[in-house]
Design a protein around this ligand. Structure first.
Ligand code: ATP
Ligand code: MG
Length: 463
């Protein structure tokens, strides 16, 4: 199919129709004109169009009726109305009913082309916007947040339940555990998803800047305020404001924010009239706010307003069973992004990956994987490649719960077997002895699983 834009023209004057058709054809559009509005509407319904230009005053069916019929089929198509001075009232009605633009008779060819270009550009912008939004919604679908371990699963279930309500949520967890990702997922799964998600790092700005960023200011509020400016709270109207590192909010700002949460209104700096907005507030912190309350650095009343629901994200070292899944997820993501074909980690490097402490949590894991993928020359990421990016000596890097029982003085293969035996016993326990499910989670088939159970002498009493 040609990618020429398709324009439907409707005017009861055959001369004008032919002229417009010719101009648009000359400018590389695919234009088709109709003198009968009924016929044109039928034609519109029968195939795909990018733009409609219709006269307002026609016998049989008015331009307004045409507009309505067209919008009923496809509400986002731009429609340009051709008007004459005698039809001002109708023009206003047409604009109200969703017409995109007006073209007043008589018009020059250039004017026609200019308005057509404009309308098509606008449509393209809208489409791009929609695609971007769809991409965002896809990115933050709960299914795309990885977490198989019980800890994160229950977190995600709770997030799913509270997302659609308007409750304030405080997300807590160490750095890199996914607090912002969860906040975004909450927004994009809430009725506010069409409006903005506005994030601000409360620790990144000095007090007076933070205040004017959040609340905006009126012209003349302070030296340098030469224009009035709206703040982030207003920018987030209808949507969600995400206060990151909320523990760093200065006392003064805490006070103003509390008043906003109570009364839904605030004052721009230097403004005596209050501004009202409808904003859901989500916040996150990796510090202990209870301690901050004790030491007088955080207001208790604000804490309870922000923390109507608490979502706590466990550190990665407490959910090591997610590491292989997360690794696979990031590898697929990077492969797509850079058109590479890394298949995964080999078994030794995966063991290393699972044993590390990950103080920087998922962000650190993601960065390490990206770095490994950039360096690796083979199909699988090897132990040597990984060792370049994990600071600790791989054999001494802090070990996971399961491997803690492994004696590091044993020969390597024996240690590995002990590790595997422990892991399989743990999986069997988790699945109440269901070998099929345990095998699936371990990523092996049933026959291999049986063979290993036999080889390691794992007995029913062990799980
Ligand atoms: N469960 C998850 N599944 C997939 N990706 C995740 C998950 N959790 C976090 N990530 C990714 O890890 C990175 C860090 O997450 P995020 O920025 O949300 O963490 P954070 O807790 O806000 O960190 P900080 O406290 O340092 O600001 C991001 O790239 C995010 O997409
Ligand atoms: Mg963050």
């Amino acid at each position: 199919m040609s990618d020429k834009k398709r324009i439907l023209l409707i005017d009861n004057e055959p001369g004008l129709c032919r002229m417009m058709e010719q101009i648009l054809l000359d400018h590389g559009y695919l234009a088709k004109s109709y003198t009968s509005p009924h016929q044109a509407v039928e034609e519109f319904k029968a195939s795909a169009w990018d733009l409609v230009i219709t006269d307002i005053k026609m016998p049989g069916m008015s331009g307004l009726e045409v507009l309505q019929a067209i919008k009923a089929k496809q509400h986002d198509i731009p429609v340009i109305m051709i008007t004459a001075y005698a039809t001002v009232d109708m023009s206003i009605q047409a604009l109200r009913k969703g017409a995109y633009d007006m073209l007043t008779k008589p018009f020059e060819p250039d004017e026609l082309v200019y308005r057509v270009k404009n309308a098509l550009q606008q449509r393209q912008l809208l489409e791009e916007n929609r695609e971007l939004r769809a991409e965002l919604e896809e990115k933050f679908r709960f299914e795309n947040i990885i977490g198989a371990c019980d800890g994160l699963k229950s977190v995600l279930e709770r997030v799913g339940r509270v997302a659609s309500r308007d409750t304030s949520i405080l997300v807590t967890g160490e750095s890199g555990t996914g607090k912002e990702l969860i906040a975004q997922a909450i927004h994009y799964n809430s009725p506010r998803r069409e409006k903005r998600f506005v994030a601000i790092n409360c620790g990144a700005l000095p007090e007076n800047l933070l205040e004017s960023e959040l609340f905006g200011y009126k012209k003349g509020a302070f030296t340098g305020a030469t224009e009035s400016r709206c703040g982030l709270l207003e920018a987030a109207n209808g949507g969600t404001l995400f206060l990151d590192e909320v523990g760093n909010l200065p006392m003064n700002v805490q006070k103003t924010l509390l008043r906003f949460l109570q009364e839904k209104e605030f004052h721009r700096l230097g403004d005596t009239t209050p501004t009202r907005v409808d904003v859901r507030v989500l916040s996150a912190t990796n510090s202990d706010l209870k301690e901050a309350i004790k030491s007088g650095a955080f207001r208790e009343d604000l804490y309870y307003r922000l923390n109507v629901v608490n979502i706590h994200l466990p550190p990665l070292r407490e959910r090591r069973s997610d590491i292989p899944l997360l690794a696979a997820h990031f590898i697929v993501q990077q492969n797509q992004k850079f058109k590479t074909a890394i298949k995964g980690f080999d078994s030794e490097s995966l063991r290393m990956l699972s044993a590390c402490e990950w103080p920087g949590n998922i962000r650190q894991l993601k960065n390490v994987i990206e770095a490994c993928m950039a360096m690796e020359t083979g199909e699988y990421i090897s132990r040597d490649t990984l060792a370049q990016f994990i600071e600790a000596d791989p054999d001494n890097c802090a070990v996971s719960d399961v491997t803690q029982q492994v004696n590091l003085d044993l020969p390597y293969t024996t240690a590995l077997e002990l590790f595997e035996a422990d892991l399989l016993t743990g999986l069997l326990k988790r699945h109440s002895g269901n070998i099929d499910l345990a095998a699936r989670e371990a990523g092996m088939n049933m026959v291999t699983m049986y063979r290993k159970i036999k080889r390691y002498g794992i007995r029913k009493g062990d799980y």
